[in-house]
Design a protein around this ligand. Sequence first.
Ligand code: GLP
Length: 246
Amino acid sequence: MKLIRVENYEEMSSSAARLVEQQILDNSRSVLGLATGSTPLGLYEQLIRGVQERNISYKQVQTISLDEYCGLSAAHPNSYRYFMNEHLFQHIDIQLDNTHIPDGTASPVEDECRRYEALIDRIGPPHLQILGLGTNGHIGFNEPGTPEASVTHCVKLEESTRKSNARFFSDLNSVPTHAITMGIQSILKSEQILVLASGKKKAPAVKRFLAGGVSEDFPVSFLWKHPHVTLIVDKEAYSLAAAEKE
Ligand code: GLP
């Protein structure tokens, strides 16, 4: 795994943007795997600037998003489809038909999961998969205990995840209890994986991840099985791992 240490959130975002843009410049038909959450917001802002200032084009790019809340439609301001449209897609020259996100309202949900995994195999897997990191080590919505062989599936969200995501909702009760997420195996299919972590809250997870060892109760640790992973951490997120080394 390649570790890139940067000073702060802004540097993490621009360093990630450089890698994403290089991928697009190398292959204008790239497939990008995208994440939601606060972590990639700065990266998405940089990518938007890349279109405006650096002539980067997403006309032929396809995107595959990691996850979506069950029960929220694309029009719901807390759905991940809404998030992606709002924070990235509507500001760049991508064709919306080329942006893929699980449909949180589809029923039965198992059929939607199968459709999505088949789509990953058909148009993907991503050349570059971007991942944030849950404080409990989750990636996408793969909570601790998710098996390595998992493909796109429906998960019951942990209370800790619902609580940490409640900041985006009016109250905890409005946070959905379930989500559709690409599985560990779906994520590991990607050619390259880019993990971003910023801030003190992520320091314990970063420390545990960097200590090595693969364990089902810490999903991000499965990335040790992948040959091309880059982790970009800022000073705060790296602080506990750094303290360990001293
Ligand atoms: C959410 C998302 C993940 C994200 C993580 C961290 O639950 N499903 O894909 O990486 O939590 O979120 P944040 O970046 O806001 O810390």
